[in-house]
Structure formats: C-alpha cells, structure tokens
Design a binder for this molecule. Structure first.
Ligand code: TRP
Ligand code: ZN
Length: 898
C-alpha cells in the first residue's frame, strides 16, 4: 500500500518550471496484453526559472509518472545505469542533467486494467486517453503541468483487425503496414500544446465525415468516430459542430485553426467530454442521438457540449492555464461561451432560466457547504475534485458580470485584446481581467474579489416611494455568510475575510399598468438615459442608496434582471407584487423568478406547518398565477413550462435553517397536487392543444410544446387517478420520440400502480441494447419518490444492466439516488450507509467517480441530529477504509472536519 500522505498544493507556491520541453516524440506499441511507450523529449533549462533560482544550485530534472513500468532511460543517446537516475512510483529524478538534453524513456503500461479512465485505458471498442488534469504522467515520464508547451509527433503501432483506427492530435503524416497483421500511423500536431491536451485513440470505430469552410476560405476535415453500427446517431453532433464553428466566427471572430477536427465517442468516460487539440474525446451521451432514443434535453446537451469543446480550441488551447488554480480561466470563460451559443440557438430567456435553476441546485449548495471554494481556489489536494460547479458555472457568471459591467462591445474588444496578448501562452485569471479592464477602461480591481472570495453573497434590498418628491429610494446592501467565508478561505493572511464585492444589479421599475417606468437617477443628466427601462447599478460598498426621480406613482421594483449577479436576493415583495411581476415584468427571467418566489414562499411555509404536525394551507395566489400561465402558454410554451416547474427540493432546502426532508417533500408535492386539483381541466386542455404532429423535430418550438405537455402530464399524475394513469400509459405506448416516452415513464414511476411495473418492464425489454437508454431506465427508478426506492436501487446493483465500472451507469443509478432528496436523506440513515458503502467499492476502481459521488454528503449538517449522526457514522466508516484514495479522502475529510 502507498503510505505517502497526499500533499496539499497552494496557489501562491507557484514557481516556473525548471525545464521546458520543446518537442515530444512518442512511439506507442499496442501489443497483446501490454502497451509500450517510447518517448523522446527535447529538454532545456527554462531561462525564467534559472533567473529566479539565482545562485543556489541548479534544480534537478524531475519528471512525473504514475503506474509506469520503466524499462530504460537514456540521455543524449547513452542508456543510464541504475545509479545515474532515481526512480520512485511518481518521480523520475536526474540529478545533474546537461542544460539541454534529449531524454529517451521506455515504459510499459497496463491499459487493459486501468479502471480509473485516466491516462491510457481500454474501453469496449479499443484504447482511448484522458490526460486532463494529470493523466499524461500515466502514459510516459513527463513534467506534467500546463505551463510547459511542446510540439508533438506520435506514431501508433497496432493490430490491423483489432485496432483499425489509429488517431492522435494534429495531421496524419504517414501510415502503412508492418507485417501481415499489423499497421502503423503517424500524426504531427503543428501547435505547441500542454500535455493535458494530448490524446490518442486506437480502436475499431465507424466514422461520419464532413467538411467545413472557414470564413477565410480554409477547409477543415471533420470526423465523428463512434462504435460500429451507430452512424445513424451522429448527425446531430456533426451539425452542432458546424453550427459552433460558424457561431464562433460570427460572434467572436474566431476561426478554426486546424486541418482536421475529430470527435471520438467512448462509452466509458469520467466526465462529459475533453477538448484535446483536434481530437476531442466525448462521452457517448454527448454525441449519440436519434429521435427514438434521445430526449430534447439530450439534443440540447449535445449542442452545448460539442460547442463547449470546440470553443476550448481558443479559450483553453490557444490560450491555456498557467497552473490548475487558473482552471476557471478556461472553464468559466468557455461555459460562458457555450451558454451564449445555447441562447442564440434556442430561446435566450429559457436558456438563462435553466442555467440559473441549475446554478441554484448545484453551485449555491456547494458554496454554502464544506467544499466551498473561490472560483480561483487557494489550495487543493486532488485537482480533480476542483472541476466543480463553482469553477465552471460560477466562473461563467463572473465572466457574464464583466460583460454586464463593461458592455457587449467592450467585452468583445477585451476578448480580442486577450488573444492579441496571450495567444500561445499559459496565463492567469488576472491576465484575462486585465485585458477586459484595458479594453474597456473600466477599473475591475474590486471586481476581482469574485475570483478570491468563496460563498454566495446576500444582497439585501429595500425600497421607499416618496409621493411628494415623486422619487423611489432603493437601498442595497451586501453580506457574505461568515461561516462559508471562514471555511473556504484557507489562507486568511492573503485573502482578507469578506470585503465587499462589486455587484452589477440590473433593475427596472414596473408601473401599475404593467409598463416599465422611466429610470432616472437623481442628479444625473436626465436626457442621457431617457427611454432606458433597465439599468445596471454598481454596488461596490457594503451599503448604498439609489434615488430614482420623476415617478408619478409607486413602482414595483424588478431587481437583478436576467440574474445579473450570482447572489441570494432578499427583498420583501408582497404576494400581489410578485403576481404583478409574474404577469408583467418586461424581463422574462424576472417573470419566472417572481413565480419561483411565490411558490417557494408557499412551500416553505407549508413545510414548517407539516413539520410541527399542522395541515398545510394553500392560498390561491400560485394557482391563479398558474391558471394565467396556462391560458397564455401558446405564446411561449417552453417558458410556461419553466414558470410552472416548482423549485427543487435541494434548492428549497438551502433556505431552511434545519431541513426536514420529509416535510419539505410532502409540502412541495402538496402544492403540485393542489394545482392539479384546482386546474385539472386547464392542464388537460393545455396537454391536448399543444400536441405536436408529424415526425419528431428537435427544434426549440417543438421541444417547447413537448416540455409544456409533459409538465401538464406530470401535474395530472399527482391526481393518481385511473384517468391520469391511462393518459400517461397511452403517451408511453404511442410516443414516437424518447422525450415523450421517458416523460410518461417518469410520471408513472412516481406512484405505486400496476402501470408503473408494466411500463418499466416494457421499456427495458425494448431498449436493453441501447446503453444510453438503459441509463435513463436506471435513473427513473432511482429518482422515484416511492418509499421502497432504496430497495429497488439496491436490487438494480445486481441487474445485468448495471456495471460499477461504467461511470454513466454509476451516475445514472447512484448519483441519481444521492440526489433523490427525500429518499437519500431517509431518517433511518439507510440511504447514507448504502451510498457510503458503494463509494468505497467504486473507489477501488475509479477514485474520480467515487469522489464525485461522495459530494452527495456535502449538506449533511443541515439536517436534524439523528440524521447528522447517521451521516457522520457512514462518512467515518468510509474514511476508515484501508487504501482509500486521496480523492475521496479530501471530500470526506472536508465534510467531516469543517
Ligand atoms: N476539460 C474538460 C471540459 O470541461 C473536462 C474534463 C476535465 C474532463 N477533466 C476531465 C473530462 C476528465 C473527462 C475526464 O470540457
Ligand atoms: Zn471545459
């Protein structure tokens, strides 16, 4: 067993690398049962590091490795004896190297038994790689850090029939036979890149080819490689790729720099996809789609992930990260870019609403829990644990706030300047913000605290209308919950605790007639902004006042339009004011938001009642609003569906001092049932009038109609009547697309009825050969609110459909169960013990996946004493496992010790 205690890495400890690698030549031999990697590196001392080191003895040459069986090491042509270098499990040290040298190493790797899916691993159809963040060291000895950029040449040698497709980054420069059964292929990447962007594939795959001509007339060969027989599921991904390429030219003036752009789909993959230069590797679930097996959400996710990886080619690959603390430099920015792409492809408002819903369900709890960390973390033990919603999604919000503060045009100039300054470099978040500040002339010094302070700020607002002065005074103040701030700031010496953020607050004032009122700030030239009905206020102090003048009547204030900052807003609108905003706000996001607030208010009050044994009370406010939404749904069914979707239990739980998950669950479902009882006729009418006819289309309009219908079906399901079950069953049986079929199945799976069993069985019967559909079948069962869900999940572990080694299966069954708020947090602790045990099992196969699952425990301290005891018992048990990975140890340690 490895007894080394894992080290904590600190952001401020960064030093430049002592050696640079100018070029890399790899020869990879796929033999029966082993892979041999011969590497030749051109190294030289880094002039920057030499300067920094001054007189002290020059540092040795050190290379990272993991799980490598070293066969030989040679410098400048001579093989080193055992005494000329030192080789541990993770470091190859050469004590007195020349200032420039050629280093050859030969290693053997056991890709067939690499269940971590990091480095080089075997999947069903062949061999694939995953090098971000630190997987390249599992392939060959190398200084594995993103600030070393090199040119790569790769030659692959393999069996012709077993592994007919041989791919690597860049351009194919040669190929041929090696004897009767084997062949080789050589690839050359003309671009300097960090090793985390390295990729190769040796597999048996089918390919869909296409071509793209860039705006300057260059031709790019496109290819999507998939498991044999799945070519009919590639068209949407290819189309998404071409739309992404065009969009980046049009919106950011960024052209594809490659001759070949390849996407390879693989069924065993830890995350969504990886932006390897010119050779993206994708989880099959973000490539494969066909109407009968993929939902509207799948189609939209494919759009987004394909775009995300393509956009990385500029934001991540051409300009990369100096160190892993800067991860949000590429991830936050690229998520922002894929969000904008999504908004342009689909409805901007609905896209934004869904993103904020996800942010509140994932990132807000993260930022309030033991894993809270700044967008640019201060320290980590396992970098893989910091591919988080904070780095990705809050990071994107931070980029979006910059755009809001400096304006769209200045933002585009900032992007141009960023590339002009840093193309080909490995840089920091400071460099990005500096480009934005310099291009706009806006001082972003204070704004940068968003990168350094963890926790979700609270924005407190209050307003007062002065009839005589015809003015409205808005007071804004901000605070950061001290616990989160204190927990998440591991280096208080360097980051002062809680200084005020620079918060862009977009606001509007709505009048009694439902129209926006003028927005004139006292003391400002009133002609400057006449006619503008949304303005962005900059809150930079702990508290500030803004006075709006020339208002004939009291306005209803619309705050934080389009969710202009990732904060928790506190303002005491009356129910009537919320209903008014829901009906009239010119900002669609805030229309939705008003409905969410109204619903939250009712559910939280009911949960409190239920908690103390009182009956829940449902006033008409939300039902009346819902009735109006249904009446007017035809104008924008997708929006209506979002507005009628109640906030989720995990999101609501964040607003409770102590969570009673059963009461919360009962309250939320109680409101759903109340709406269904009151509006049954209207729901059925909307269901019937929004039917789509003809063949399935993945268009936003058609998807919006399906979303509304399926929302209605779900509400009607709350009645648990013979009619509602028959309706769901009919949809299940007659659907010509997976969206409708799955929605019907999910509705039936919520109640203990014969139709539930019938539908689940026939679904599996029909789809058991489609891995991604089987994942949906597992998820639907794990998400069921039925009391015996844990027992069902436990049984599914032994079902042939399940596989502990496959991340998609693990996420579908176990992560879904961990997100099943009422069942995972069952009072008897059964959910906790079950998941902890499974995490321990998975950890032996795949620490990254195990650590992600362990995050389901993050919020255990928000529950009552008995639950806390059960959770901490399960976590301690997990922590006591011999040989537990540092990945899981870091997550569990933070959960228990903070
Ligand atoms: N950089 C990838 C992205 O955001 C994500 C990623 C990081 C990843 N590490 C990974 C994907 C490991 C798969 C496996 O697009
Ligand atoms: Zn990314």
């Amino acid at each position: 067993m490895n007894s080394e205690t894992p080290q904590r890495i600190h952001r401020l400890d960064y030093t430049p690398p002592p050696f640079l690698v100018d070029s890399v030549e790899l020869d990879v031999h796929f033999n029966a049962g082993e892979v041999l990697v011969n590497s030749q590196l051109q190294l030289r001392r880094n002039p920057l590091a030499a300067l920094a080191a001054e007189a002290s003895p020059l540092p040795p040459l050190q290379l990272d490795g993991q799980g490598l069986e070293t066969i030989s090491v040679a410098i400048d042509g001579s093989v080193l004896g055992q005494d000329q270098y030192h080789c541990s499990d993770s470091l190859l040290t050469i004590v007195n190297p020349p200032d420039t040298l050629t280093l050859r190493t030969q290693v053997r790797i056991d890709a067939d038994h690499n269940s971590s899916l990091s480095g080089l691993f075997r999947s069903k159809d062949g061999y694939f790689t995953q090098c971000e963040a630190q997987g390249f060291r599992r392939i060959t000895w190398f200084p594995d850090r993103p600030d070393i950029m090199s040119r790569y040449q790769v030659t692959l040698h393999a069996d012709k029939t077993r592994l007919p497709v041989l791919l690597a980054n860049g351009n194919p420069v040669g190929s041929g036979d090696e004897g009767p059964d084997r062949h080789w292929a050589k690839w050359e990447d003309p671009f300097f890149k960090p090793c985390y962007l390295f990729a190769l594939v040796a597999a048996r795959l089918d390919v869909l080819r296409d071509e793209f001509t860039t705006s300057s007339g260059r031709s790019v060969q496109l290819a999507v490689f998939v498991e044999p027989g799945k070519l009919d599921q590639c068209a949407h991904a290819m189309d998404a790729l071409k739309r992404s390429m065009r969009w980046d030219e049009e919106v950011f003036g960024l052209e594809c720099d490659l001759d070949h752009y390849m996407i390879v789909a693989v069924g065993d993959f830890n995350m969504g996809a990886m932006e390897n230069k010119g050779l993206n590797v994708f989880n099959t679930k973000y490539v494969l789609a066909r109407a009968d097996i993929a939902t509207d959400a799948d189609y939209q996710n494919i759009d987004r992930v394909v775009a995300h990886e393509y956009f990385h080619n500029w934001t991540g690959n051409r300009v990369t990260c100096r160190d892993w603390f800067q991860l949000s430099l590429k991830e936050g920015l690229t998520v922002y870019r894929d969000q904008e792409f999504g908004a342009d492809m689909h409805s901007r408002a609905v896209t934004r609403i869904r993103e904020v819903r996800a942010l509140r369900a994932m990132q807000f709890p993260e930022d309030a829990g033991p894993m809270a960390h700044p967008v640019r973390p201060d320290s980590y033990i396992e970098i893989n644990n910091f591919y988080t919603s904070t780095v990705y999604d809050k990071g994107a919000e931070v980029v979006r706030m910059i755009e809001t503060l400096i304006g769209k045009q200045a933002f585009r100039r900032g992007m141009d300047l960023y590339f002009e300054r840093h193309d080909g470099q490995a840089v920091t978040c400071d460099d990005f913000v500096a480009a934005m500040a310099d291009a706009s002339g806006v001082d972003l010094t204070q704004f940068k605290r968003w990168y350094d302070q963890a926790g979700t700020p609270r924005l407190w607002a209050s307003g007062h209308y002065d009839e005589e002065a015809r003015s409205y005074t808005l007071t804004l103040s901000q605070s950061l919950p001290t616990r989160a701030a204190a927990d998440a700031t591991s280096e208080p010496l360097h980051s002062p605790l809680h200084s005020p953020f620079h918060i862009p607050v977009a606001i509007g004032l709505n009048g009694a007639d439902g129209e926006d009122m003028p927005l004139l700030i006292a003391g400002e030239d009133s002609t400057a902004d006449s006619g503008r009905t949304t303005r962005v206020l900059s809150l930079t102090d702990f508290e500030q006042q803004f006075v709006f003048t020339e208002l004939a009547a009291a306005p209803v204030v619309s705050l934080l339009r389009d969710f202009s900052a990732p904060v928790i807003l506190d303002f005491s609108w009356s129910d009537e004011e919320l209903a008014h905003l829901l009906a009239h706000d010119s900002d669609p996001f805030n229309r939705w938001e008003a409905g969410q607030r109204l619903a939250s208010r009712l559910i939280l009050a009911a949960a409190e009642d239920i908690s103390v044994g009182r009956a829940a009370y449902w006033p008409q406010t939300f039902v009346e609003a819902a009735a109006r939404l249904l009446e007017n749904a035809a104008a924008d069914p997708a929006f209506a569906a979002e507005a009628l979707t109640l906030p989720g239990e995990a999101t609501l739980a964040e607003e409770m001092a102590m969570v009673d998950p059963s009461a919360l669950h009962e309250a939320r479902n109680g409101l759903r049932r109340f709406v269904a009882e009151q509006l049954g006729g209207a729901l059925l009418h909307a269901y019937e009038t929004h039917a789509t006819s003809g063949p399935y289309q993945a268009t936003p309009a058609a998807a919006g109609r399906r979303a509304l219908r399926n929302l209605c079906l779900g509400y009607l399901g709350e009645l648990n009547s013979a009619e509602s079950r028959a309706l769901a069953m009919r949809q299940f049986e007659t659907a010509n697309n997976m969206t409708d079929q799955l929605a019907a199945l999910a509705t039936l799976a919520q109640d203990d009825c014969p139709e539930r069993v019938q539908a689940l069985d026939s679904f599996y019967e029909r789809w058991h050969d489609e891995a991604l559909v089987v994942d949906k079948w597992l998820s639907v069962q794990a998400a069921s609110r039925l009391p015996d869900t844990l027992a069902v999940v436990r049984e599914l572990l032994d079902h042939p459909a399940f596989d502990l080694r496959n991340p998609n299966k693990v996420y579908a069954l176990l992560n879904t169960f961990g997100n099943n708020h009422v069942r995972f947090h069952a009072a008897d602790g059964g959910g906790y013990l079950f998941l902890a045990t499974q995490i321990g099992e998975i950890d032996r196969l795949n620490p990254q996946v195990a650590a992600r699952l362990a995050r389901r425990f993050d919020r255990w301290r928000k529950f009552d004493q008995p639950r806390q005891q059960q959770a901490s018992f399960a976590l301690e048990k997990l922590r006591s496992i011999d040989g537990l990975s540092s990945d899981v140890r870091e997550i569990v340690g933070r959960a228990l010790d903070q």
